[in-house]
Design a protein around this ligand. Sequence first.
Ligand code: FES
Ligand code: FES
Length: 171
Amino acid sequence: MKARLRFRLNGKVVETEVETHWRLLDLLRDGLGLTGTKEGCGAGECGACTVLCDGEAVNACLMLALEAEDREIRTVEGLVGPGGRLSAVQRAFVEEGGAQCGFCSPGMVMSAQALLLEDPDPSEERIREALTGNLCRCTGYKQIVAAIRRAASLRRSEAGEGERGEAGGEG
Ligand code: FES
Ligand code: FES
């Protein structure tokens, strides 16, 4: 059975038809071709499918697509800025070697993004806590934690530059 769905995805309004049993993950990957969001466990345990729903990290494998009605969903594709410029979080993951395999990295990046929206200067403890839903048993979390600390600092300095620009005006 199908139903209509209207929501915002990466800043744009999407109106589409979905199977009522589809998970948000099915809609993103199979319905809309956004394959940056990965499916690992499919059971809410690995965090590979993490996206933002109204700014909070959620598991797209546990959410029905229809639950996105009137919400703002952001996927890893939606972090990239104008001209393909990577977001501060993405740049920091690359620079600190925190981008590990293609399965866990998108989810880690989205959890980091959600954390920094809530807390622009998180402690290491808070960072590790925010990553508890994102599993990687391959290489450890050291570089990922370093990447999130770097992302926090990049975001703060970019926000400061924006404020100085506004205060200074065009002249
Ligand atoms: S695929 Fe969603 S938590 Fe693992
Ligand atoms: S699951 Fe991605 S590096 Fe371990």
